[in-house]
Design a protein around this ligand. Sequence first.
Ligand SMILES: [Zn+2]
Length: 287
Amino acid sequence: MSPSPVENQLQALTDLYNSIQNARHIPRDLLKTAIVSNALPLAAPSLSLYSQQLKDIAQTLRSDTVQTALRAALESAKSDSQNITNNVRRENRKRRRPPSPESPQPYIVTERQSSSLFLSSKDDITPLKNAELINYIRQFNKEHSLCKLGIWQATRSAGKALKNPTILRFSIKDVLTAYITVSYTDEDHPLAVESVTAFGPRERKLPHSQSDYAVFRTVSQFFGRMIHSDPLVGLQRFMTLLCSYESMFTTRCDKCQRVLSSEGHVAAVERVWNENTSHWEARHVSC
Ligand SMILES: [Zn+2]
């Protein structure tokens, strides 16, 4: 009769336990050296032996068999931990060792939490690909009267072919101009917004320079933080943020309800996505 899965798991854990117990005989100083140095001098055969022993333990600990067994043990202890006592270290009690680290625990796969400040679960916009960019710009300009989007070119003779990255020029009449750098890894992948720089509406500056006005430099810094929170943010989503600046100089801050901050008298240049209202709320940097 072949052993049951539980017996197999017990065996795997017992083997692991025994190999850890064996490793306890490695002299303390050698143990430290063996952990620190992977490249071992040939003159220290015992050291390399110990090192191999530790590597084997690490490998066993990471193996599917042991991880499954550890997970099963954890579940089992959770559901009924009565009558489980830990007396395996009884024989060491008199030797006054420093406390041993806890028993190995199974690795817990933590769910990747999104840190995106663009987070929105309600809309499901299909990210834009490079081939769709021109149509998107046309459609965007049809739907917006104050905002304008176009492709920026360093020179008039730069040709019509889209480059990678592409720089877009976005403007809100009398409010601001922004240069948006979008790029893609290959044609099948969506465009990601790489950087956005804001300028005053009448400033004549190159996309990679910075505004002479503190308020637009603050806006640029804020855009940088937003992109940092979601390096793959798509163009459409970023455009909703940019459009929320239409009344940048007259919008009240959602926190203090003032247009200009009491500190420094700056407009509410930051935006916070409100999932409930599906709107970007204005905030002062200092609020
Ligand atoms: Zn405020």
